[in-house]
Write a new protein. Structure first.
Length: 265
């Protein structure tokens, strides 16, 4: 048997296994019970409009404040790590390694319960999610921004300095705009990760008007004893993350060619 024939045989076997598994699932599964558990129409109707007007909007809000704070901090950390001043580099490196190694869940617990107990400092839920998501996200985004800055051709910096620009003005007006164009795709991916991590705010005591998607789905699950609210919450997450993924892919295709051209100059 030739190589091509063996490849076709292997492909046929894989398709056959898949078909058998699907047929077995169709005949073995209790579709009535599955329908009642996941696709209960009455329970689904009861989730609207609150799942959109409260849970989805709060998820977007929590993600936005966390990403905004994290991005600003990440720029500072990236510049510190590239600084000629050694203590700045040490501080930035220590911060990045610390928060890249800590789970976001632990950071939420620290700001939600640990610091208030230890120091008597009370954070609002919005400030807690902003600080927790921002501090963790900044550690990852800082390395991305640093890589983007280093990817800007040195000739751009030399040209700006030759025109009499200061180092800070060159960084702000020449380097950072080009760096952000390069790193937009990975920053979009980080935004997606923060969207999902925003669900960790469920650990905090939330009022009904502060519910995000995960907390909303969990509460409705307990109320209706049905998985339909969890399915709806998951679909709402997909409403956010799938468009962001498509945007990331478009940016990657658009600016990937730009980076290649710049590297060849």
């Amino acid at each position: 048997m030739g190589r091509r024939q063996r490849a076709r045989l292997n492909l046929g076997i894989q398709y056959a296994v898949l078909i058998v598994a699907v047929v077995a699932l169709v005949f073995v599964a209790d579709w009535g019970q599955i329908g009642r558990a996941f696709f209960n129409v009455e329970v689904a109707r009861a989730q609207f409009p609150d799942v959109i007007t409260t849970a989805l909007l709060n998820t977007v809000l929590y993600t936005a404040v966390g990403f905004g704070f994290g991005l600003a901090l990440a720029v500072l950390l990236a510049l510190m790590k590239m600084s000629p001043v050694a203590p700045y580099r040490w501080l930035a490196t220590g911060y990045i390694e610390l928060f890249r190694g800590l789970p976001a869940l632990l950071v939420f617990i620290a700001f939600g319960y640990g610091l208030p107990i230890a120091f008597g400092v009370k954070f609002t839920n919005l400030s807690t999610v902003m600080l927790s998501l921002g501090l963790v996200g900044a550690a990852y985004m800082a390395e991305t921004i640093r890589a983007g800055i280093q990817a800007v051709p040195k000739g751009q910096v030399e040209a700006a300095r030759s025109l009499g620009m200061s180092s800070s003005r060159t960084m702000i007006t020449v380097v950072l705009p080009q760096a952000f164009r390069i790193i937009l795709p990975p920053l979009t991916n980080e935004l997606i990760l923060l969207t999902k991590d925003s669900s960790l705010i469920y650990l905090l005591g939330l009022s009904v008007d502060q519910y995000e998607l995960a907390k909303f789905g969990r509460g409705a699950l307990n109320q209706y004893q049905s998985l339909t609210p969890i399915l709806i919450a998951g679909l709402c997450y997909l409403i956010i993350t799938i468009p962001l993924s498509r945007v990331s892919d478009l940016l990657e295709r658009k600016f990937g060619g730009v980076r290649t051209k710049e590297a060849t100059k």
